[in-house]
Ligand binder design. Structure first.
Ligand code: CA
Length: 229
């Protein structure tokens, strides 16, 4: 299946330069000329990568990125004419994968796109922790081969912990990653969700997968007796 790129750019000149170049490289393309249109097209599905201009009429590229990130970790490469540090920092803070200043060489853009897509593919590789198998692509979790139903947030939390095996994650960092940097609620939400996971994973299987590190946060650390596979 073709990798489809959504080009979000209000300047016709740049759109009409990018579209044929990307098609020539074998990508499928979709275009949007403003933020609202971009979100609408993105929500319709089938987008594998977003090229997102920062300076757009109406809602800004940064705001479009924030809204995309609420529902998806699709690779996003920001484009801007201004080499403003502020834009770059806020784009990366909001979860952009990369950033390119216009004008740019098409070869450089293509290389960054390949890198972002590779990174994404790696993130979608199935992972295991002891007898838990998590498939990020199918969003499925199995314990000893038995399917376990998780809510979206429970799944994201388990995935974050499994991606960081052996690392203690603070509540702060977990909230940041799962609920977003602008989450204003209580950090206790993390404890609540860890409890949900324990009810679904530990209790039925008589195990302790998630370890509480008092005063710090949580970790998934292999117990002795389990070898890395
Ligand atoms: Ca623009």
């Amino acid at each position: 299946m073709k990798t489809t790129v959504l080009i979000v750019e209000d300047e016709r000149e740049i759109r009409s330069f990018l579209e044929p170049e990307l098609r020539h490289e074998g990508y499928g393309t979709a275009t949007a000329v403003n933020g609202e249109q971009a979100l609408e097209r993105f929500r319709a599905g089938g987008i594998d990568l977003v090229l997102l201009d920062i300076l757009l009429p109406g809602i800004s590229g940064i705001e479009v990125l924030r809204r995309i990130r609420r529902q998806s970790d699709v690779p996003v490469i920001m484009l801007t004419a201004r080499n403003a540090t502020y834009d770059k920092v806020s784009a990366l803070d909001q979860g952009a994968d990369d950033y390119l200043v216009k004008p740019f060489e098409i070869e450089e853009l293509l290389a960054r796109m390949r890198a972002a897509l590779r990174k994404r593919k790696q993130k979608l590789r199935p992972m295991t922790f002891e007898d838990i198998a998590l498939d990020p692509d199918a969003r499925s979790v199995k314990v000893s081969g038995e399917e376990v139903e998780l809510s979206a947030k429970e799944f994201d939390l388990l995935r974050l912990l499994m991606e960081n095996q052996g690392v203690v994650l603070s509540r702060d960092r977990i909230v940041d990653r799962i609920w977003g940097a602008d989450y204003v609620g209580d950090q206790k939400v993390v404890d609540v969700y860890v409890r949900h996971l324990r009810t679904k994973l530990d209790d039925p299987f008589g195990r302790t997968y998630i370890t509480t590190v008092r005063g710090v946060g949580y970790t998934m650390k292999r117990q002795s007796g389990y070898e890395d596979s």
